[in-house]
Ligand binder design. Structure first.
Ligand SMILES: [Zn+2]
Length: 461
């Protein structure tokens, strides 16, 4: 008989087994009675009317929980939690929105960045996220160790991360969009990219920290830097990321500056391959979608950001039909303006259903984009799915809030009724959320300091 678990489940003892037992529902076939977790991985799915094969097992009773694979966020800018709903940037499209915010971002300090990043990750974790990317591309003087700061913050929270060393080197002086104060030169960018990859990137299965390289976008980076970054990523065997096909403005910019469309430019820079995942991917035509599929390039769909900035709608189903893998991203908190990944699943479901209809988009499609699809974007096969051998990254939701009362199908209820806060979250076999809270974090204290830092950034004396 399995023994009941005496409760300090944060860290499993090496070799010990935990049965997450009898969930209300679970997004996995053949796991009706739950899953067994050992040494950070899922070691067994327990089908209906069966017991775990393993003896000597601890039990977590999940009778009130809906269990999902941990959600994976494929696009974000953590620091932007410090500039949500900034009055000067309200009601603007991408280019003027960026121009309103660059001068504020130029004032970031290591302390404010740490607070912004920690808060973004806390918000993600509490929404059921177990792996996130971050695209950090703002490196004003004094912020040279931005990636080091976020590696430390992610480690404190226990979140699995793929952090990108972003970059901008094309300022207004050279025909780009950002001011001089937020860009760096190519040599500095490449040297630091190599430094952070050597220091932090863990290759292979089970990695908690990975590094990717991420020039910001065609309108803020030189062709030379795009090419040299692709070469460096290939040499270091790390992934590549950038914004692409987000707006019509970007199409015009590419036509004027490079005399081609954004995807042609990307290919010309050596970026059309399976090392690359792209944020947004809204303005691709049918021929371009086929080229993406052939290349194995993946796309991060960011529905809230695209709606806030009125950038257009990503053709998710057309891309999937053509063979392009799609993940979900919350995008920067200054354009979303939230970092809630479960809400983003609902947003993707609503936006894509309104575009493609009820027969084409269901709640399970949106959940798949945010799990298996997102795993493809971050280039991993060990996460994004509840299956034997995968990492034990799980998000458990309760349906005991007002919004769920009277609901029928528990998995559909998460998406349709608007789940937004996980009750428990597990990363690599360790609980990082219990009873809807992050035990290691003083959230009210963090919010007070974060608010003060945001105010200082937005209204300097
Ligand atoms: Zn973005």
């Amino acid at each position: 008989m399995p023994k009941a678990m005496s409760h300090d489940p944060k860290m499993q003892r090496k070799g010990s087994k935990l049965w997450i037992k009898d969930p209300l529902a679970i997004l996995a076939a053949g796991a009706e009675r739950g899953v067994v977790v050992q040494d950070g991985r899922i070691t067994e799915l327990v089908p209906a009317n069966r017991q775990p094969a393993s003896a000597d097992i601890e039990i977590y009773d999940a009778g009130k929980h809906v269990v999902l694979p941990g959600l994976i966020n494929t696009h974000h800018h953590f620091y932007q939690t410090l500039t949500r709903a900034v009055p000067a940037a309200l009601d603007r499209e991408l280019f003027p929105w960026l121009q309103a915010l660059y001068p504020i971002w130029a004032r970031l300090t290591p302390e404010s960045l740490d607070l912004g990043m920690t808060l973004a990750m806390a918000e993600l974790i509490l929404s059921g996220c177990t792996t996130t990317t971050d695209h950090h591309y703002v490196f004003p003087a004094g912020l040279e160790e931005a990636i080091d700061i976020e590696v430390a913050a992610a480690g404190r929270l226990g979140l699995r991360v793929l952090l990108t060393r972003g970059s901008m080197n094309l300022s207004q002086r050279d025909g780009g969009l950002p001011p001089d104060s937020v860009v760096q030169d190519e040599d500095t960018i490449l040297a630091d990219s190599e430094r952070v990859a050597a220091r932090y990137h863990q290759p292979g299965d089970g990695a908690m920290v990975q590094i990717a390289l991420a020039p910001c976008s065609p309108f803020s980076v030189t062709t030379s830097l795009m090419r040299s970054t692709a070469d460096l990523a290939s040499r270091l065997d790390v992934r590549l990321h950038t914004h692409l096909a987000e707006t019509e403005d970007e199409n015009r910019f590419c036509q004027e500056l490079y005399n081609c469309r954004p995807l042609d430019y990307l290919e010309d820079c050596g970026w059309l391959n399976d090392r690359v995942w792209l944020a947004h991917g809204i303005h691709f035509n049918a021929g371009e979608i086929k080229r993406l599929a052939r290349a194995g390039t993946t796309v991060s769909h960011c529905p809230c950001s695209n709606q806030v900035l009125a950038s257009g709608t990503c053709p998710v189903c057309a891309m999937e039909d053509a063979g392009v893998r799609i993940g979900i991203g919350v995008d920067g908190s200054a354009s979303n303006d939230g970092s809630n990944l479960m809400q983003e699943v609902r947003a993707a479901f609503l936006l894509q259903r309104s575009r493609y209809g009820v027969n084409k988009v269901g709640h399970c499609d949106a959940l798949r984009w945010a799990t298996k699809g997102s795993a493809a974007c971050v280039g991993r096969t060990d996460i994004g799915e509840i299956a034997v051998g995968k990492m034990a990254d799980l998000a458990l939701f309760k349906l005991d809030e007002l919004r769920f009362s009277g609901s029928g199908d528990p998995l559909a209820a998460l998406v349709l009724c608007g789940a937004h806060r996980a009750d428990r979250v597990m990363v690599g076999g360790s609980w990082i959320v219990e009873s809807g809270a992050i035990p290691s974090l003083d959230l009210p204290g963090l919010m007070a300091r974060h608010n003060a830092a945001a105010q200082a950034l937005q209204s300097p004396r």
